[in-house]
Design a protein around this ligand. Sequence first.
Ligand code: GUN
Length: 295
Amino acid sequence: MANLLDGKKAADEVKAELKNEIEELKEDNIIPGLAAVLVGENPASKIYVNSKAKQCKKIGIHSEVICRPDDISHDDLIRLVVDLNKRDDIHGILVQEPLPQQINKLDLNLQINPYKDVDGFHPENLGRILIGEPLFLTCTPYGILELLRRNDISLNGKDVVILGRSNIVGKPLAAMIMQKWPETNGTVTVCHTGTKDISKHTKKADVVVCAMGIAEYLKDYMIKDDAIVIDVGINRIDDPEADKGYRLVGDVDFESCEKKCSWITPVPGGVGPMTIAMLLYNTVKACKLIKRITD
Ligand code: GUN
């Protein structure tokens, strides 16, 4: 039976550390501020954004949720971001994805001041990771590294297979793991829809990260004994026995894999809470950076 990589516990630790730091900042009348922009009515996005705001409040970060309708024009959304860039009380800006199709995501991310880009989606921040000179680490990959670090698991010398090449998980995570940083320095393979035989890669991997958005995709016969399994997926599957008529599962078939691997993240309670914890971490970091720049 595998050991559980408890994301809730590690996230609580990160948040407790941040709370202390925020109390110290308050002594100098500095309050970190986060603006979260929510476009449209996507129920999952609403839950995520409200959860981010709630957790900000708990540790003393000022937060604002700014809601805009699904048919907001691209220019109006850009104007909103440009206004947030100018505000002294807002140190972090995020625009929750997915976004409606009239919004050009690249153009939007380019408009966010890279020093307020706490999601780490600005091409400058992604590029900085690639060259090993990061400002903000993208929250989900950062959360994965932090969860491993807090469980004394180093990726140094390990073969890591990432399933999924998204700009917000697979690609930045690959760029981080290949760096010669203290707990990274792993050998990375990224599998995607063009990969001929995914099992061929996962069977040899010391660590498998699943981030492709297919419910319970990774099975026990696809991994080797004692692998480390990280599940980034959050999928709703029908379950007539559940109160809501559905339940949440990851991209990993937890039941079969947990019997074979050495460490595994649960869903919920694994990577998800870490993503939010690192967003809060980045917001406090943004506040300290801006303060230093303007002092
Ligand atoms: N959609 C899914 N994950 C994220 C995230 O980390 N940040 C934002 N802004 N949108 C998301």
